[in-house]
Design a protein around this ligand. Structure first.
Ligand SMILES: Nc1ncnc2c1ncn2[C@@H]1O[C@H](COP(=O)(O)OP(=O)(O)OP(=O)(O)O)[C@@H](O)[C@H]1O
Length: 271
């Protein structure tokens, strides 16, 4: 369904993404890992057409994405929803209006100016918020919510676009372990229930292992690993992160795993 071929991006002399080839045949949940500066964000931004590739091609269900212009490009950006580390919500606007922003691409300028939304869109927004467990937050301003709740609002806004794929750029990097788990659980559930392709940039190995069907490791703009999580040995991780013999997975951990430990759950129950 998605085919990335010989895709490169150069910023001046810096090659951020270097001849990347990735083929996705069915809606998987894919994690892209690698150290800071490996090219993960640039790769996702090219798929969404937020960044123009220097060379190469991206096709989705046979359509050449890099060739899209104007309205066709905007339509692609709606089908290919993006979730960011910093949520990118309108802080002073209420939650439900933030979610309805996901329909902007298909509404007239006048309707947008006057905040006029069809009733069925409002119902759908509430249903999506219910699905993500935050419907009771609907009337609140986005800025009044916790980070984890705000990220779920961003996911709701993405779903409002009726996307064909979801790209998430470090969606849990600003969250504490418990909220990180809630957000990753939501993305996994959406992937399974809606049969959606989800590609997620992640800083940490343990999250990729736990949630993804396939892991892509990037280093210096290149893909150095592409396989199932079980094939991600410590030696492979060392190659991806460019670490020496003293490499420790704990250094790349979000501590999500520790939340499953009974003593931690018990401690949380007492809070
Ligand atoms: N707009 C830009 N102008 C110049 N250089 C850039 C630009 N965007 C990214 N780069 C460079 O390209 C390289 C890859 O950056 P990118 O943000 O894609 O990496 P990353 O793996 O997502 O890292 P991080 O996790 O820190 O975001 C880095 O060296 C970065 O400095």
């Amino acid at each position: 369904m998605l085919k990335i071929a010989a895709l490169s991006k150069r910023f001046g002399d810096k090659t951020a993404v270097d001849r990347v080839d990735i083929a996705v045949d069915n809606p998987q949940m894919i994690g892209i890992i690698g150290r800071s500066g490996a090219g993960k964000s640039t790769l996702l931004r090219m798929v969404n057409r937020l960044t123009e590739p220097t060379e190469g091609s991206i096709t989705f269900e046979g359509e050449e994405i890099t060739a899209l212009r104007g309205a066709a490009k905007r339509a692609w950006q709606a089908r290919c929803a993006m979730i960011f580390q910093q949520f990118n919500l309108v802080p002073r606007m209420d939650v439900v209006s933030n979610v309805l922003h996901g329909t902007l691409n298909r509404r007239s300028t006048l309707a947008t100016m006057f905040n006029l939304y069809p009733k069925e869109d409002i119902h759908r927004a509430i249903e999506i918020l219910e699905r993500l467990g935050i419907a009771e937050q609907a009337p609140k301003r986005a800025e009044a919510l916790s980070g984890g709740q705000q990220q779920r609002v961003a996911i709701a806004r993405a779903l409002m676009q009726r996307p064909r794929l979801i790209l998430a750029d470090e969606p849990i990097a600003s969250l504490d372990p418990m909220n990180a788990q809630i957000v990753m659980d939501s993305l996994r559930r959406i992937h399974e229930e809606d049969d959606l392709l989800v590609i997620c940039n992640l800083h940490t190995l343990d999250t990729a292992r736990r949630y993804c069907d396939r892991v892509i490791g990037m280093r210096d703009g290149r893909v150095v690993f592409d396989g199932i999580p079980e094939a991600l040995t410590t030696a492979v991780a060392r190659e991806i992160y460019g670490a020496g013999e003293d490499f420790s997975e704990a250094a790349t951990s979000t501590a999500i795993e520790t939340l499953d430990k009974p003593e931690i759950r018990a401690a949380e129950a007492c809070v």
